[in-house]
Design a protein. Structure first.
Lengths: 482, 370
């Protein structure tokens, strides 16, 4: 008897441990994927509703509605509300209606009724006369997203044609969109790793943007001020200078946190301002190239990260360096003693102290490494893409990367994937702007929506009725000012 | 209550069926009215030769700098020009916004593949990228605004503006209107496209002092030192507000902010406190920022739109050529806006003086730079 009581009190070992790699991968990927899907749906609504043609047609149709039309419109809303309610909680409604059924059946009822509801609402709208509006909206959204895809991944027909023609230049142009996406992803990966590493130590490094600027400054300086070195020496030197600059910028808030307990959020933000104004001053003064414009001189050719393809393609070695660094960070965090200490400090500093770990050292180490990674993001842009440094150097990689680290769950692999996603979106936005004439800002909206949904997974779980897994959520950072 | 849940859709279906015979507004979803798809992807644009024949401009493409297309400043003015080209020549106008340095090359590349007859790049920040693209694509015509190359590049129209000439007039008017005997200015960063305004403004005030035996002071710029007040950026309206308040505290009652949208913050500060006037730059702020029209004395116009139309016309005429073009008072590329609602506070004598000063500047008898 005691045994059976025990069995009830202590839950059997969850099957969580025995899940296969694929199951775990699916569980890790399903929330981000659904968040992305939802963000695109909401973004689609925004695109449709900001399209002049759609709005015109909408106003036109509404003005022509007669009494019956209005009645139908009200009914459409009723169908929408009723159908949604039913598809959301079919088991409750079915049981109230004294239908027999189990949860599994109810789920199918839910899915079927969701599909039916959408169909019915579209049908009703078409009957009332909103068909042209819907068609225009559909066109606006598909042309925008079509251009986004083509601009970020390339046009499959063009790729096939280029490959079969065998013309090197055509092949290059066909793969240009993908290469641009990878180029745009690289700084995101570096900066995302920087923030993720901080999160693992319980530190909220908002200063990645400033560290990135300093990294760019130091690497561009080493790039143009030192000449006559072979590339094998110059490139690592310039990259190292970038990492060092970022590390110093991370060291200051790290020291302040470890020694006097000053909150790193405040200090990293303040360090950002210092970095921005410092770079403005340097570019208008000591680092200005001869002439009028506040841009640094070009770096020496020996400091340029080699581009791997002929000219319009900017894909450079930096992407592989980023992947290598991500692998190293994974090893460091999960396989090395230092990484273990950093994660322990992040999870529970009191336990870490009790275990004899040096909290101050780990905080400083984590902030330095985080700064170095962000500095590498800046160095990568300078040495791989721009070859010089101007004021409008970054539009906020450091800030985006906070969201990116959240999206990647502070895991190097997750950060790489999230970085690829952000880079792809950003890169495709250009084509979307050119072809569909949708402002590139919509990309930022979609990114923000993805982040919002990822930060509040409960919303996604509620929308798609996903059962919460039994495991605890990953701890990103401890509370503020605790 | 329970029943209504089922019956509602049923009712709807019934009514639908009933209305099916006489739909209120017939709409055939299967046959959409002339699918208005956005112009097809550039890769399949038919019959657009890579080299446009002279006498025709089919597509004009603008790459903005990081200020964005709606910066109430030079990107927006240039875009107004592109739209005018679209109207006048029946051309297509497209723009791409740059958000950061890496976007310049990418955006130009995007347009290089889009059969543009003219690619307009705005601002010195695009200088390097435009040069590289122009040299790699000698058949593509470019226009860069507010920047030029020495030596010139044959397929790049480098447009610069003698804004000191327009600002000179504004300085003259400002000095006449000021009651406190102090006028102020500040800039974004200390670079010639910005400081030209400030220099001209200062010289205009000095000219007023000299002609009218007055002693109006200029705050925020000193040509002798080559330095003055700068926000350090072209974005923060908060900085503009602070600069405006500081200058008003110092006694300035006419202020000319030369920092794009930053000046909007200054306008807000002036509107709140009152007792001072604003001089807009680049476009006529009376029209581009109408919420502040009660305090906009005038604006120093930098007609980027005129330059864009000029370049397009040159392509249409087959007279397009590279090299440096300077917009001046003489060719109407710079100037000042009307006084609009504040016409009454500008002394008639000053209004009468202006044509003579303009003539003097054009002749070269009046120097707008020290």
């Amino acid at each position: 008897m005691a045994e059976s009581v025990l069995r009830e009190v202590i839950p059997p070992v969850t099957e969580a441990r025995h899940r296969s790699l694929w199951q775990r991968a699916w569980e890790a990927i399903q929330l981000p994927a659904l968040a992305l899907l939802t963000a695109f749906l909401v973004g689609g609504f925004i695109i449709a509703l900001s399209d002049f043609k759609v709005l015109e047609a909408l106003a036109d149709t509404t003005s022509r509605l007669n009494a019956i039309g209005y009645i139908l419109l009200v009914m459409t809303v009723a169908v929408l509300v009723g159908g949604t309610a039913f598809s959301r909680r079919p088991e409750i409604i079915l049981s109230r209606l004294r239908f027999v059924g189990n949860v599994g059946q109810a789920r199918w009822f839910g899915v079927v009724s969701a599909v039916l509801t959408i169909g019915a609402v579209i049908g009703l709208l078409v009957v009332i006369g909103f068909g042209p509006v819907l068609w225009l909206a559909w066109n606006a959204v598909t042309s925008a997203y079509g251009a986004l895809l083509e601009g970020s991944l390339g046009n499959p027909l063009q790729i096939v044609a280029a490959l079969s023609s065998g013309d090197a230049r055509a092949i290059g142009l066909a793969f240009y969109p993908i290469s641009e996406s990878l180029v745009a992803s690289t700084p995101y990966i570096f900066a995302g790793l920087a923030v993720a590493l901080g999160f693992r130590c319980g530190l909220f490094n908002i200063g990645a943007e400033g560290q990135l600027f300093i990294g760019a400054l130091t690497s561009v300086f080493v790039g143009y001020a030192i000449t006559g070195l072979p590339a094998v020496v110059h490139i690592p030197l310039a990259l190292g200078a970038g990492a060092l600059g970022g590390a110093i910028w991370g060291l200051v808030p790290g020291l302040l946190k470890a020694r006097v307990g000053a909150h790193e959020v405040i200090n990293t933000i303040m360090m950002n301002y210092i970095a921005f104004r410092l770079s403005e001053w340097l570019l208008n003064g000591p680092m200005k190239r001869p002439g009028a414009v506040p841009v640094s001189p070009f770096i020496a050719e020996s400091a340029q990260l080699p581009r791997l393809f002929p000219d319009p393609i900017r894909f450079h070695l930096g992407f592989f360096i980023a992947l290598g660094v991500a692998a190293f960070i994974w090893w460091f965090l999960f396989k090395s003693r230092w990484g273990f200490e950093i994660r322990t400090v992040g999870a529970n500093p009191n336990a870490a102290r009790y275990a004899g770990m040096n909290i101050a050292f780990n905080i400083i180490l984590a902030m330095c490494m985080s700064g170095a990674l962000a500095g590498l993001a800046g160095a990568n842009e300078v040495l791989g893409v721009n070859y010089n440094l101007a004021n409008a150097f970054s539009s906020g990689y450091g800030f985006d990367s906070i969201a990116l680290a959240l999206l990647g769950r502070s895991h190097p692999l997750g950060v790489v994937l999230a970085g690829l996603l952000f880079g792809t979106l950003r890169s495709g936005g250009t084509r979307m702007q050119n072809v569909a004439q949708i402002p590139i800002d919509i990309i930022i909206v979609i990114q923000a929506l993805v982040i919002a949904f990822m930060a509040a997974p409960a919303i996604i779980r509620a929308i798609y009725r996903i059962v919460k897994p039994g495991e605890g959520e990953v701890v990103f950072t401890r509370g503020w000012g605790r | 209550m329970r029943k209504s849940l089922i019956t509602l859709p049923a009712l709807a279906a019934l009514l639908l069926a009933a209305c099916g015979t006489t739909p209120p507004t017939p709409a055939a979803p299967t046959q959409p009215p002339a699918p208005t798809e956005a112009p097809a992807a550039p890769t399949e644009a038919p019959a657009a030769p890579t080299e446009a024949p002279a006498g025709k401009i089919g597509k004009i493409c603008q790459v903005t700098d990081v200020g964005g297309i709606d910066d109430k400043s030079f990107n927006q003015t240039a875009w107004a020009g592109a739209q005018q080209v679209a109207k006048e020549f029946g051309a297509e106008a497209r723009y791409l916004e740059s958000q950061q340095q890496t976007d310049y090359e990418k955006n130009i590349n995007e347009f290089l593949a889009s059969n543009c007859d003219l690619i307009v790049t705005v601002g010195f920040l695009l200088g390097d990228a435009t040069k590289a693209a122009a040299e790699a694509n000698p058949n593509q015509k470019f226009q860069i605004l507010d920047f030029t190359y020495d030596p010139p590049i044959p397929n790049v129209w480098g447009q610069v503006y003698a804004t000191d000439q327009g600002a000179f007039l504004a300085g003259y008017v400002a000095a006449a209107v000021s009651k406190t005997g102090k006028v102020g200015t500040f800039g974004g960063i200390n670079i010639p496209p910005v400081t030209d305004f400030m220099i001209g403004f200062e010289q205009g005030v000095k000219y007023y002092n000299q002609k009218n035996n007055a002693n109006v002071q200029v705050l925020g710029w000193d040509s002798a030192k080559g330095d003055g007040l700068f926000t350090g950026n072209f974005e923060s309206t908060d900085d503009g507000r602070r600069m405006g308040e500081t200058l008003m505290d110092e006694g300035a009652d006419v202020i000319m902010p030369v920092a794009g949208p930053v000046g909007l913050g200054t306008a807000a500060a002036i509107l709140e406190r009152g007792g001072a006037y604003l001089i807009g730059v680049d476009s006529d702020w009376y029209e581009s920022a109408p919420e502040y029209k009660s305090i906009v004395l005038t604006s120093v116009l930098k007609r980027l739109d005129v330059s864009v139309v000029e370049a397009a016309r040159a392509i249409a005429d087959g007279t397009f050529s590279g090299g440096t073009k300077v917009a001046t008072l003489a060719n109407n590329g710079v100037g000042i806006a009307p006084f609009h609602d504040l016409d009454a506070i500008v002394p008639q004598k000053v209004k009468d003086d202006l044509p003579g000063i303009i003539q003097g500047i054009i002749d070269g008898t009046i120097k707008t730079k020290p």
